[in-house]
Ligand binder design. Structure first.
Ligand code: NAD
Length: 368
């Protein structure tokens, strides 16, 4: 059985609490001989600043680079509000994304049947929803040059952002989306605005070309980004994998997130190129939520987003799709039994703690 090297960064606030639940599950898989995980732990964010005066140490960067996958919980909190800008907690996360060139952000939106009533949409529209948004993360209008505000005189200024994409950037994100679709329901929807943007014209051309050359077995369709926003709230279950640029992806992934209810339920992955040392695609898995300082240390945090992020690592870094399915089924099973942490309590009579939720998912995994 191959060893899967996980580098774990619990970070700040509720981070260590939710990460502890993932470690329980990984230890269970290892102990039972289901899969073998070797776990190293490091510091990031405020915790790293307190220990080393940096948001992540060079030693931890090196260990992150040698791992098959990085699992990060969350960084930040009021304690570090006053620290110098370049060593603020978020700098640790940004450094990981930048140094490992994590250009693809995957945000699944899964609606567990037991939570369908927590969505702002009608139950029948979201019950059983399972889509992924693949957002380009390192290019486009957030990074393009020129990016400036120019003084024009007479009280006038001009603000400029530049939307720019090159063929290779579109191809590599497209490849991620098609590969992902092959592990799911085999359908990709590519989204841009080729009707008004040159970058959209190129995006569409490159996707069509890539599809023809390498992924003809996958269904590909195209949808303008504004229409896609509308379809996401009208009939979200029509989508499997959506691939789009940095700006549209930023907005559309937040819309999709709200289809599913709580922040405590949402995992994510950021993927880069295949690493020369590991032969595996560089990958960082993290929940969408932050460090939630308001509930930290109280056992109130929902660990499902963190456990779901581990599930994504199983599927996309370790090729353990069956095990990822088991984890998702265990989460669904626990929710179907009516067990809830405080954030998803709804009308339930009582809620359970972070570790009780972790234990319940583990118990479900044991019988699965
Ligand atoms: P947040 O996501 O930490 O919290 C927003 C709200 O959701 C809070 O009420 C919180 O209690 C609740 N919440 C979040 N995760 C939860 C969970 N797992 N279970 C139950 N409830 C949960 O966002 P915020 O309050 O805007 O930011 C707090 C800190 O986190 C800030 O320092 C911010 O910079 C940082 N942050 C970090 C990341 C990251 O590490 N990727 C992302 C967002 C915010």
């Amino acid at each position: 059985m191959s060893t899967n090297k996980l580098f774990v960064l619990p970070g700040d606030g509720i981070g260590p609490e939710v990460m502890a639940e993932v470690e329980k599950i990984a230890a269970f898989f290892t102990k039972e001989g289901i899969a073998h995980f070797e776990i190293e732990r490091g510091l990031v964010g405020g915790a790293a600043y307190d220990a080393h005066g940096k948001a992540i140490s060079e030693a931890d960067m090196a260990r992150a680079g040698a791992a098959d996958a990085i699992l990060l919980a969350a960084v930040g909190g009021p304690k570090w509000d006053g620290v110098p800008y370049d060593v603020r907690p978020e700098a640790g996360l940004l450094r990981l994304r930048k140094d490992f060139n994590l250009f693809a952000n995957l945000r699944p939106a899964i609606c567990y049947p037991a939570l369908a009533d927590a969505s702002s949409l009608k139950r029948e529209l979201v019950d059983g929803l399972d889509l992924v948004i693949v957002r380009e993360l390192t290019g486009g209008v957030y990074f393009g040059e020129p990016k400036e505000i120019v003084e024009l005189g007479k009280g006038q200024k001009r603000a400029i952002d530049t939307q720019v994409y090159e063929t290779y950037e579109i191809e590599r994100i497209g490849r991620i989306a098609f590969e992902l679709a092959r592990k799911r329901r085999n359908k990709v929807t590519s989204s841009e605005k080729h009707n008004v943007m040159k970058s959209g014209v190129l995006w569409r051309e490159v996707m069509i070309d890539l599809h023809k050359r390498e992924f003809a077995d996958v269904e590909l369709d195209h949808m303008l980004a504004d229409a896609l926003g509308m379809q996401l709230v009208r009939r979200p279950k029509q989508f499997d994998v959506i691939v789009t640029d940095n700006l549209f992806g930023d907005m559309l992934s937040d819309v999709a997130a709200m289809l599913t209810g709580s922040l405590g339920m949402l995992p994510s992955a950021s993927l880069g190129e295949v690493g020369a040392k590991t032969g595996r695609r560089r990958a960082l898995y993290e929940p969408v939520h932050g460090s939630a300082p308001d509930i930290a240390g109280k056992g109130l945090a929902n660990p499902i987003a963190m456990i779901g992020s581990f599930g994504m690592a199983l599927r996309y870094s370790f090729g353990l799709g069956d095990l990822a399915d088991r984890v998702e089924k265990a989460i669904a099973g626990v929710l179907a039994k009516g067990l809830r942490t405080a954030d998803i309590k709804g009308d339930a009579a009582k809620s359970i703690s972070t570790s009780e939720m972790g234990d319940a998912i583990l118990a479900e995994l044991r019988v699965a």
